[in-house]
Design a binder for this molecule. Sequence first.
Ligand code: NAD
Ligand code: TYD
Length: 342
Amino acid sequence: MTKKKVLVTGGAGFIGGNFVQYMVEKYPNYDIYNLDLLTYAGDLTKHGVIEEEENYYFIKADIGDRESMMELFQKENFDFVIHFAAESHVDRSITDPEIFVRTNVQGTQVLLDAAKEFGITKFVHVSTDEVYGELDFDPNTFFTEETPLQPNSPYSASKASSDFLVRAYHETYELPVNITRCSNNYGPYHFPEKLIPLTISRVLNDQTVPVYGDGKNIRDWLHVYDHCAAIDLVMHEGLSGEVYNVGGHNEKTNLEVVKTIIETLGKSEELIEFVTDRLGHDKRYAIDPTKLEKLGWEPTYTFETGIAQTIQWYLDNKEWWERIISGEYQNYFEVYYKEILN
Ligand code: NAD
Ligand code: TYD
């Protein structure tokens, strides 16, 4: 296999972090560059195992910093750009949308310009099924790659805007690109502001779990390891210009998810606290992954096997998430949940 240079943006975050580890281990002959600004969501301690590897490099930088990105792309001549870096939390986008436009839209555009200027083999833009908006509760309806984009939150609107830019750079400048739109990920190193790690960490600390509204909203859960394998396939085999949906037919209501975690940890359902609903809360997401399956991907985790693995990981890695939920996170939690949680 020929040596390749792969730039992974957002490789100190949850999914990008898992992807960096997957790539460093799977492709010893590829050089993997992890570029990350280390915002509140970025954490390098997760890379303790790989940081000594010869094919791993870390660059602290802002994807929105045009001069630095141009210099970097000129110097390194990357073959692949796998773009994860983003502001990713819907609730934060509702209280502070501006940074979402700056990072997710403008940051993506800077990277596209750098890729266009200095040439690449493939730019993979990691997007989300949330750009399609919401589905109703009819279990026979799914998002396909043809579903029109109708984002409802500032987060999903910023991701949809970046998707359109990626598409436009392909159509206008023939930049080789793929867009992947995945469902809700879960697994090791998930930042505890999101439902699953929030629930696990709070239940383990005998704290109440805030469930928005009636808890009947549905998400389609994708284990992060299955997502990493999907991106690996798309970067190497995806047809340029195409969009691929990634999801595993693992639909659960939020209440089902929370109850499964509570039961697995042997705690009481009295920990569930129904709180004021999220503004504009999307009812249901569900992916039709047929196109990606035809390319050769299939998920290896069901929700049941994946959640068991994830809960065990949080039990085995308490020091990681305890450190994450100290400091800045405490402040966020207190401010954000102040009004809605007892
Ligand atoms: P995350 O919030 O855990 O990590 C984001 C990373 O990006 C962090 O390490 C952060 O430091 C970095 N970052 C933020 N701003 C930056 C900037 N200006 N320059 C460089 N780095 C910056 O996010 P995640 O959950 O790992 O999501 C990764 C990608 O996958 C995002 O693009 C997100 O939209 C998409 N996605 C996530 C999910 C999910 O369930 N988590 C689902 C669908 C799509
Ligand atoms: P989240 O993990 O924030 O992902 P997303 O909003 O991208 O789907 O939320 C998953 C679901 O869980 C979503 O329907 C909102 C709900 N939720 C709660 O009920 N309570 C919480 O404290 C959080 C963070 C989310």
